[in-house]
Design a protein around this ligand. Structure first.
Ligand SMILES: Cn1cc(C(=O)NCCN)ccc1=O
Length: 116
């Protein structure tokens, strides 16, 4: 079988390039505004108690910079956490709830296209 090592190419893995590409597209999406920075628990009543594992795009950007993602799967888990938290806390027909559904669909579509 092809060894893990074989996945490496100069300057890091292809998977990490895909993570950077996807994150860049999420950050610049017009509906990304609710997800760019950590939710401020002081300005959003109930958030701290309800959402056990907060996650946002700037935190994911930091984790990439600190080499905290070993593979596309661990990166995908954090992106999905952003949108799962959003569904948990926001009505589907709210502005933020709608943005979360749009962003999740966009992410899944682009991830599939980049992996083809
Ligand atoms: C993702 N999310 C974001 C907010 C929020 O208010 N973000 C600041 C926008 N400027 C509130 C609830 C929530 O689930």
């Amino acid at each position: 079988p092809v060894s893990k090592k074989a996945k490496m190419r100069d300057g890091g893995t292809d998977e990490l390039d895909v993570c950077q590409q996807l994150l860049g597209e999420l950050e610049t999406h017009q509906d990304a505004w609710p997800f760019l920075k950590p939710v401020n628990p002081k300005s959003v009543p109930g958030y701290k108690k309800v959402v056990k594992k907060p996650m946002d795009l700037s935190t994911i950007r930091e984790k990439i910079a600190n080499k905290q993602y070993s593979c596309l799967e661990s990166f995908t888990d954090d992106v999905n956490l952003v949108f799962d938290n959003c569904e948990r806390f926001n009505e589907d027909d709210s502005e933020i709830g709608k943005a979360g559904h749009i962003m999740r669909r966009f992410f899944n579509k682009r991830r599939a296209e980049l992996l083809k």
